[in-house]
Design a protein around this ligand. Structure first.
Ligand code: TSX
Ligand code: MN
Length: 639
């Protein structure tokens, strides 16, 4: 082992700090792994502060090597945090505490000086759904109630990581401090983590996003599950955009603990992007090559349960089309000196929902995830493999299944084998159709952006925005069918503007104004809205989806090339008769129904959107967006 025994701090044991005040006397502490001399003074100062606050027994500075992974895997095996999956190569199963299985939106806060910097001012005290604000005093109190001594008895890991290719002008650096080896190993998959990042920090402007994470200890002092320490009752996720700082306590679950992803790349990222004039979005990025060999890049923003990862890895049914994947979740986009919008995927891996992923729905994902992958809360099989809902066809005969809680499972139980939010955490580089330019430091040029949703009624397969402002309106008005909260029953159509509702780093009204302003910064791409999920009166999906979606992408490409293959409709441009390529489709598609615009549906939709805008965003929503809504209403009235 690489025991260096370097003194990290000045020495001299002091009494434990009582509050969130970093100017306390430092404790003496040895670095168990890594070399403090590789840290910049600013990073070292941040580590010092966190050591004083959290009081870990030792510090480990992550180098990102395979040897380090071996070490931490051994540790996690001993602690029962992970189980081996001998059916595959270097794959592991983590089972969380059943109270720590998802992001906790209600405990996620953004702190700005004034509340209206974070959330729109809603009229008549309407409860807001576009983020939670916390005052600086309450943020400090929340930290003081949770962090002092929170890492006692544990190792503090220091993870230098880059969001985006190491050294790219579009990339940003973070330092995550955590007491969870699971977080370290997951961050090494999801981001570029390790010593090379410290070299860039040494050579560059030295700027980094501060990310502090602790799984914590319940107030009782007793962990419900030693293999998965957490403190669900006091879980909190805090963001301070003005300081580029994230603080997360109590949860080891990905969205709450892998701070590079939602917290940094989206919430803090969107605030940096606004300051610097670019976009940080919840979008996949795909490359598509047509039969002539012409390649374009498209981004797409969809709410959850719309198959975003499936589209990012599409197997086109149209002959001689090829889709390649740049990313499945996040896009950072900036105009280059030519005025072209260029995108990078800031991530290095896929943290995908496992249930529903199968050879039928996403064969590319299935050939990505069975090596070097951390599975969380999936079921396991007696032959050393994994299992989840949807994987029935790849189940070997005569295997026994253990559910995500560790109990024997059969289909007859009526319970899910895998948790519905169970995940694979897998390196993007292993994706067989990863795009050759996915790590290009300049990013890939974006020709079109798709918005979409799961809309069982009224919304056609595809329509195109008439111009940029109309497109921004379409993004702001996005809705999607979701499983309702436990107290309700069935499904509801939820608003999820830009698929960013849980991820805005600042006031949504200001976010829309920023989007509108992009038009004057460069050549903006065309915007489209897609819906793979429209149902017939008989309740059947009207569009086969999956590979057949390449027909929709073909029409997008023809529009990008300026072909006049459209007609105007009340809601935007739709394919002219015969211009959506349906040649050779297995099943008949009722195109007339698929593109119909029922007047009563759209009249209600316009009213629902108006009610949403007025109650949730009010006067903070730019007037041009209300004007788009008025124009839509007038067109619907003519139907
Ligand atoms: O991911 C999906 N996509 C995008 C694929 C690139 N899904 C799965 C969504 C859950 C995450 C879809 N489901 C899609 C789709 O385009 N379309 C549908 C709806 C659908 C489901 C089944 C059939 C047809 C449509 N057909 C049969 O089952 C035979
Ligand atoms: Mn996502």
């Amino acid at each position: 082992m690489l025991l260096k025994g370097v003194q990290l701090l000045r020495g001299g044991l002091a009494s434990p700090p009582k509050c969130y005040n970093f100017r306390l006397v430092c404790r003496s502490l040895s670095v168990q792994y890594g070399d403090v001399k590789t840290l910049t003074p600013a990073v070292r100062e941040y580590v010092d502060k966190c050591v004083n606050l959290c009081q870990p027994d030792r510090v480990h500075i992550c180098d990102g090597t395979a040897a380090e992974s071996k070490l931490l895997q051994g540790l996690m095996l001993k602690q029962g945090t992970i189980l081996p999956l001998p059916k595959y190569t270097n794959c592991w199963l983590a089972r969380t505490n059943p109270a720590d299985v998802a992001r906790v939106e209600s405990k996620t806060f953004i702190s700005t000086e004034r509340k209206e910097e974070t959330v729109p001012v809603t009229p008549n005290a309407t409860p807001g759904t576009l983020g939670n604000w916390i005052s600086d005093a309450d943020l400090k109190a929340a930290i003081a109630e949770r962090f002092p001594g929170s890492m006692k008895g544990r190792t503090m890991y220091v993870i230098p990581f880059s969001m985006g290719p190491v050294g790219s002008p579009l990339s940003k650096i973070g330092i995550e401090i955590t007491d969870s080896p699971y977080v370290v190993e997951s961050m090494k998959i999801m981001t570029r983590a390790g010593t090379p990042v410290l070299d860039v920090l040494q050579q560059g402007d030295g700027q980094f996003v501060k990310c502090l994470h602790s799984v914590g200890t319940p107030a009782s002092g007793v962990q419900a599950q030693a293999s998965w320490p957490c403190d669900p009752e006091r879980t909190i996720i805090l963001h301070k955009p003005a300081e580029n700082e994230i603080v997360s306590y109590g949860s080891g679950y990905g969205g709450n603990s892998l701070l590079g992803k939602k917290c940094f790349a989206l919430r803090i990222g969107s605030t940096i992007a606004k300051r610097e004039g670019w976009l940080a979005e919840h979008m996949l990025i795909l490359g598509i090559t047509d039969p002539k060999g012409v390649k374009k890049y498209i981004t797409a923003a969809f709410p959850s349960a719309c198959g975003k990862t499936n589209l990012a890895m599409l197997n086109p049914s149209l002959a001689n089309y090829k889709v390649e994947c740049v990313g499945d979740d996040i896009a950072w986009m900036k105009f280059d000196s030519q005025g072209l919008l260029r995108a990078i995927n800031p991530e290095n891996g896929f943290f995908g929902v496992a249930p529903g992923t199968s050879k039928e729905t996403n064969p590319i994902a299935m050939s990505t995830v069975f090596k070097n992958t951390i599975f969380t809360n999936v079921a396991s099989t007696s032959d050393g493999g994994v299992y989840w809902e949807g994987m029935e066809s790849s189940l070997a005969p005569n295997v026994q299944i253990t559910d995500w809680l560790g109990n024997p499972w059969t289909k007859e139980s009526g319970k899910p084998a895998a948790h519905p939010n169970s995940r694979f955490c897998t390196p993007a580089a292993q994706c067989p159709i990863i795009d050759s330019a996915w790590e290009d430091p300049a990013g890939v040029p974006i020709s079109a952006m798709l918005f979409g949703g799961r809309r069982p009624a009224g919304v056609p397969l595809i329509y195109e925005a008439r111009d940029w402002t109309h497109g921004v309106f379409i993004g702001a008005a996005m809705r999607s069918e979701a499983t309702a909260a436990a107290e309700h029953k069935g499904k509801v159509i939820m608003h999820d503007p830009f698929a960013m509702r849980p991820f805005f780093g600042y006031n949504f009204g200001d976010y829309v104004a920023h989007w509108l302003s992009m038009e004057k910064r460069g050549k903006v791409p065309k915007i489209f809205h897609v819906n793979w999920f429209r149902k017939s009166d008989q309740g059947k999906f009207m569009w086969p989806g999956y590979g057949e979606n390449s027909r929709v992408l073909e029409w997008v490409l023809r529009r990008v090339n300026g072909e006049s293959c459209y007609v105007d409709s009340a809601i935007g441009h739709i394919p002219a008769e015969g211009e959506l390529n349906l040649a050779g489709m297995k099943e008949q598609v009722d195109v007339k129904q698929l593109f119909s615009l029922p007047k009563d549906f759209w009249t209600q939709e316009v009213e629902d959107i108006r009610n949403y805008f007025e109650s949730q965003v009010g006067a903070d929503l730019p007037a041009s967006i209300y004007a788009e809504l008025d124009k839509l209403k007038a067109r619907i009235a003519e139907l």
